[in-house]
Design a protein around this ligand. Structure first.
Ligand code: PHE
Length: 346
């Protein structure tokens, strides 16, 4: 019997050492320690031995059983640890690996420019307003001294909305400039008024490097008592210095807009060549950046402001053009063609 036990022990322990997964451990347990297992079968024979042999065989049998049981426990623990270790090794995260880059959005260059420009005016006490892109003929033209048949209408032809009033007229359009907001603002408030109005405008235009059928403008308007052309110059000079640099010179030339009198266009000396002449300023030394003027008395009268008491000035500029000048962009169409390679540069 001792021999049998030794055999079983050797064989079982050998097998156990080969096992490397939990499922096989259970099979091993059934084979050796189970009801019909090798050891159980031998132990069952102990009862039939002679009494003097029985005691020793029983003790040895139990010893073997205990040994196999504790070996099984030990092996189970070993295998569980091995499996866990393996799992941890495979699941380990290498925190030094580069991550998946996320595309980061940013503000459109037109919006960046609008924000910088309006901030410069906010710092001088202006409020920011916005207005409708679909406008009445009345605000876009009529109230700005541009009656039907006025040549300025040809200059600013636009997209008319397919809507007829009872007289068969088409009085709605996509605004050609932000100036209608001058009128809307004055209709809604009493002086003093000091506002800037950025917004999208539309013109029925053949597009080229400097013309788009949709573009932005920034309108400015201030009305109050005792406002003179000197205030216009001082304010716009300060704006030019804030946006184009402290050394800027400014130049005004007469220009015509039906809703201002006198009307001017304003240029700055070229920030690129300091006025010597270069590509940016087409060798003239000057860059035209906006139209401006004193609000026409007729425009004031129409909104119910007394032109004898109140005066003011207005201005309008194109932020895309200003962004083009500052960044050396040669084609306005780049702003709205959604080419990420272009937009990413700003
Ligand atoms: N609205 C004019 C334009 O579109 C610009 C302008 C605004 C001129 C205000 C004078 C005063 O060209």
């Amino acid at each position: 019997m001792q021999e049998q036990l030794d055999d079983i022990r050797r064989k079982a322990l050998d097998e156990l050492a080969q096992i490397s997964n939990v499922g096989d451990l259970d099979e091993w347990r059934v084979n050796h320690l189970g009801r019909n297992g090798s050891l159980t079968t031998v132990l069952r024979q102990v009862g039939s031995l002679a009494p003097d042999e029985r005691k020793e065989a029983g003790a040895n049998g139990n010893k073997t059983k205990t040994l196999l049981e504790t070996s099984l426990e030990k092996r189970t623990e070993e295998i569980t640890n091995l499996v866990l270790e393996e799992k941890l090794k495979n699941d380990r995260i290498d925190v030094t690996l580069p991550g998946t880059p996320l595309m980061q959005g940013r503000m459109h260059p037109t919006m960046q420019t609008i924000q910088e420009i309006t901030n410069a005016f906010v710092a001088m006490g202006f409020q920011i307003l916005e207005g409708p892109e679909v406008e009445w003929d009345y605000y876009n033209f009529e109230a700005l001294n541009i009656p039907p048949g006025h040549p300025a209408r040809d200059m600013w032809n636009t997209f008319w909305v397919d809507y007829e009033d009872k007289d068969g007229n088409r009085p709605m359009l996509l605004r050609t400039h932000t100036s209608p907001m001058q009128v809307r603002t004055m209709e809604n408030r009493e002086p003093p008024v000091r506002v800037v109005i950025p917004g999208r405008c539309y013109r029925y235009e053949a597009t080229d490097a400097t013309h788009e059928s949709s573009f932005f403008q920034i309108e400015g308007l201030t009305v109050g008592e005792g406002i003179t052309f000197a205030d216009l110059k001082g304010t716009l000079y300060e704006f030019a210095r804030r946006i184009f640099g402290m050394d800027r010179q400014i130049r005004f030339r007469c220009d015509y807009f039906p809703f201002v009198e006198p009307g001017v266009d304003m240029s700055i000396d070229c920030f690129n060549c300091q006025g010597k002449g270069c590509r940016v300023c087409s060798s003239t030394g000057w860059i035209e950046i906006m139209g401006a003027g004193m609000v026409h008395p007729e425009v004031l009268r129409r909104v119910g402001y007394d032109p004898e008491k109140y005066t003011g000035f207005a201005f309008g500029m194109g932020p895309e053009r200003i962004a083009m000048l500052r960044h050396g962009i040669e084609d306005i169409r780049l702003f709205y063609s959604n080419d990420i390679r272009f937009l990413q540069q700003f």
